[in-house]
Design a protein around this ligand. Structure first.
Ligand SMILES: [Fe+2]
Length: 309
């Protein structure tokens, strides 16, 4: 059995449609969805319907639970909170019932454990973020004693693809588009996000897991994001686009370069100064205006900026 693992669709129907077509071409027999089918964008019902039609095995994400009113949105950013309210008012009863029925953890055929955020918490596993080795060790501990006997746990929530391996007590990140799994190790794998990737690659992300071949393969799919972003803006869930003349992939590449240079490094500031009346760091959504103003005041005063602020 070959599995396709998807996560964090976030109501982005064109991204999900493109991914499901790619999965069919890959020949995967079973789809596992790690949650956050809803939130951010405007087609939650259609996304849930497609996944149900594909017989995907799903767990609930923090956005899914917030939208049906069983998780508070205090920890959500303003954009996410707005989308929760918008979706809650429009969600079809059948979608709501489906989301309410979803488990937080799911064992898949004894070869995989699926969660949205993390495996180890008894409460809050849908919103705990596996973003450091301390938390990854806790989830790997939970995997080692999981009754299913699975050696692979798939998680989402961070919107960033990756594989972490624990062998002989040591945890390391395994690089590569295809990873071969060792029989004596335990793994945390993240497929990245279908609808809202946060690794500077705007293509939809998912992974293929083949337990018989002991392999994990990362896949990216190109689709047209423009209609999705236009619909999300029209619904008031995204601010108007700044620098509309700067299309993809140039926009994403420029953001990546600016981050690499350091947002307030000399090169980044010089790049911004090339565009009259434009603040690249703010207009590309890398920092808020207030944060940029504070940093510039520090720079003008001739002191080193506190980049940790
Ligand atoms: Fe998410």
């Amino acid at each position: 059995m070959k599995y396709a693992v998807v996560s964090d669709i976030h109501a982005n129907l064109p991204a999900l449609t493109a991914v499901l077509e790619a999965i069919a071409a890959d020949g995967a027999q079973r789809i596992v969805c790690l949650g956050d089918m809803t939130g951010y964008h405007t087609q939650p019902d259609a996304c849930v319907r497609l996944l149900r039609e594909a017989n995907a095995l799903c767990v609930a994400g923090n956005h899914d639970r917030a939208i049906i009113g069983i998780l508070p949105t205090e920890g959500f950013c303003p954009q996410a909170q707005q989308a929760v309210v918008w979706s809650r008012e429009r969600l079809q009863p059948g979608t709501r019932d489906f989301l309410a029925s979803l488990p937080l953890k799911r064992s898949v055929d004894g070869v995989l454990v699926a969660v949205h955020g993390a495996l180890h918490p008894q409460v809050g596993c849908e919103w705990v973020r596996l973003d450091d080795d301390y938390k990854r060790a806790q989830s790997l501990d939970a995997l080692a004693v999981h009754p299913s006997g699975a050696r692979v746990c798939a998680f989402g929530h961070t919107h960033r693809p990756g594989v972490w391996e624990r062998q002989a007590g040591a945890i390391r990140r395994v690089e590569g588009d295809t990873v071969t799994l060792r029989p004596d190790a335990w793994y945390l794998v993240n497929p990245g996000s279908v609808g809202e990737p946060r690794d500077d690659d705007p293509r939809a992300s998912y992974l293929l897991f083949d337990p018989a071949a002991r392999s994990v393969r990362f896949r990216r799919v190109v689709y047209d994001r423009s209609p999705v972003l236009a619909a999300t803006r029209a619904a008031g869930l995204l601010p108007p686009q700044r620098l509309p003349w700067l299309g993809e992939p140039a926009r994403s590449r420029l953001k990546k370069i600016l981050r690499r240079w350091g947002l307030y490094g000399v090169a980044a500031l010089q790049a911004s100064a090339l565009f009259d009346g434009v603040d690249l760091q703010v207009d590309l959504g890398l920092v808020a205006q207030g944060q940029a103003d504070a940093h510039r005041q520090v720079l003008q005063a001739g002191r080193e900026p506190d980049l940790g602020a």
